[in-house]
Design a protein around this ligand. Sequence first.
Ligand SMILES: C[S@@+](CC[C@H](N)C(=O)[O-])C[C@H]1O[C@@H](n2cnc3c(N)ncnc32)[C@H](O)[C@@H]1O
Length: 331
Amino acid sequence: MSADETATPAAQLPSDATPRPVPTVEGLAPGTVRDWLNWAESELVSTSDSARADAEVLLARLIGSERSQLRLRHEDAIEAATVLRYASTIERRKLGEPVAYITTRQGFWTLELAVDTAVLIPRPDTETLVEWAISLLAEQAAVGRAMPADPDGRGPPYVLDLGTGSGAIALAIASERPDVSVLATDVSEAALDVARENARLNGIGDVEFGCSSWFEGLSQTPSPGGRGETIALFDLIVSNPPYIAEGDAHLASLRYEPRLALTSGADGLDAIREIVRDAPAHLKADGWLLLEHGYDQGPAVRALLQAAGFLNIESRNDFGGNERCSGGRKP
Ligand SMILES: C[S@@+](CC[C@H](N)C(=O)[O-])C[C@H]1O[C@@H](n2cnc3c(N)ncnc32)[C@H](O)[C@@H]1O
């Protein structure tokens, strides 16, 4: 953040340089983009550790600007109706609602995804899993494991994303590898509606979506590629399942997100146990299972993978240096 962005406009400063009261919504004092950003930042600073960024993202969305372009519009006046709407979004943010639920948008990988309270807000750390999946698919292609593409140019390889939520992982993989057939499932129909909408918004037509509790309903879901055949075995299964322990103190700060997407039993590992147990029956030989998990769950997940007979078990770190994903190869 630059000094320019944080400065109260000189015109508002009395001679002793004490900031004047911020523009009031009640009085609808005329204000510029800069004034209202400064006001919003001061409103949010006690409840958000990203107050300035929140203020900018929320205002940019309201006035139909890119956040990066706001600086060029600092001297623009904002009309009263927009001010009122801005004040209302700032109030929601003050109460703890995530910015992405207020703007209904979240960037992930190279995509812009729609989000609502039916889905987890995709996290940057999940891009670790996407990177790993894409590099594995490239390696499989390099060693000639993948069969020739079908006449429509797509898969195998077949990829399954379990618990797709907003579709983040499945759509990121499909955006990088349009030749791959991706099936994305979730137990929540409301989440699947969001994921389908995200496929449409991002112009990605080659992901199939289906409702299933982990592997239970897979036989009823459409096959990836949409050609009507049953795909029994996948080359790659990826999942970012719920992995927070019931009763974990972090849940208080995640209260806007669906509990179904967050918690999984007393130690947070119930979903991962089920996926690791059942994955081998749905993977081809040499197929991989990649799982996101909590920062301290790496050892437990590696032990589960080993007990299930996986080979080449390893973990990858997220951007913060925490073990975030573990995976292994089916023999
Ligand atoms: C942590 S969220 C991940 C969402 C998305 N894949 C992402 O990375 O942003 C977990 C997802 O698993 C789904 N889920 C929970 N229980 C499930 C189950 N039994 N079977 C399938 N999906 C489930 C939730 O609805 C939620 O969308």
